[in-house]
Write a protein that binds this ligand. Structure first.
Ligand code: UDP
Length: 243
């Protein structure tokens, strides 16, 4: 959507997948990429928008694949959730280098490393201008950090869930594999579910729909992409009630 009208968001949730932190690496964290994302988040904070972040862990550990190779599924999922804490700490450090006060709250309490997730406290941090990073997903196995993002966006009363991906929106096929893939400007939650579009998993879409949280899907590849998408500039797909 080549929008020019500023949406005027007051509070946004940014979902970054673990993959989004890898850069060109096959695994782990590319500090330069994390630093670029932090600069982008800092720009959004400076524009006066309250920001919270849900971060994935797929660059380090993914429960489903580990379960396939013999680790018991719930244990593998806890390992995946711990991976998100590692990413959260890396992003916190980068954000603070960019002058953004940041708190990490984990859904699995680990008092010596970060705060436990406390909804009211997270809201208060944002009101004071701090960015809050939510780690450890929902704290429950069999869920994903996409679902955690929809859950936290609803709990925090966010105006939008900004889902950063490798491509600039939602397509009807993988644009990296199919040059004829068509990008959507706008979709309803129902269309995403009915067409089985790979935006976020179905529980995340259903949760966003039930709580009327709009989702904006955009690419985090270029510097300034997050601030552009928050301001309604550039290319993205918006998923909402579309009524
Ligand atoms: N996970 C989980 N419960 C949650 C969130 C995450 O069990 O609420 C585990 C799950 O094993 C998942 C891993 O943590 O594979 C990493 O999260 P995710 O795959 O969502 O990360 P992303 O794809 O965003 O990098």
């Amino acid at each position: 959507m080549a929008g020019t009208r500023a949406p005027g968001y007051r509070r946004v949730l940014l979902k970054i997948s673990g993959e989004g932190l890898m850069g060109a690496k096959p695994y782990g964290i590319d500090i330069a990429v994390v630093d670029r994302i932090a600069a982008d988040v800092a720009a959004v904070r400076q524009a006066g928008v309250e920001v919270c972040v849900v971060i994935g862990g797929g660059n380090i550990f993914r429960g489903v694949s580990a379960a396939a190779s013999g680790i018991e599924r719930t244990t593998a999922d806890y390992m995946g959730m711990l991976a998100t804490v590692i990413n959260a700490l890396a992003l916190q450090s980068a954000l603070e280098r960019h002058g953004v006060q940041t708190r990490v709250q984990s859904a699995i309490p680990m008092a010596t490393v970060c705060e436990p997730y406390i909804r009211r406290r997270a809201v208060r941090h944002m009101e004071k201008g701090r960015a809050v990073i939510f780690a450890a997903g929902t704290g429950n196995p069999f869920f994903s950090t996409d679902t955690a993002a929809a859950l936290r966006a609803a709990e925090m009363g966010c105006d939008v869930l900004m889902k950063a991906t490798q491509v600039d929106g939602v397509y009807d096929a993988d644009p990296h594999k199919n040059p004829k893939a068509r990008r959507f400007d706008r979709l309803s939650y129902q269309e995403v579910l009915a067409m089985d579009l790979k935006v976020m998993d179905t529980s995340a879409i259903a949760l966003a729909r039930d709580n009327a949280v709009p989702i904006v899907v955009f690419s985090l590849h270029n510097p300034g992409a997050f601030s552009d998408a928050v301001a309604g500039r550039g290319v993205f797909t918006r998923v909402d009630g579309k009524g």
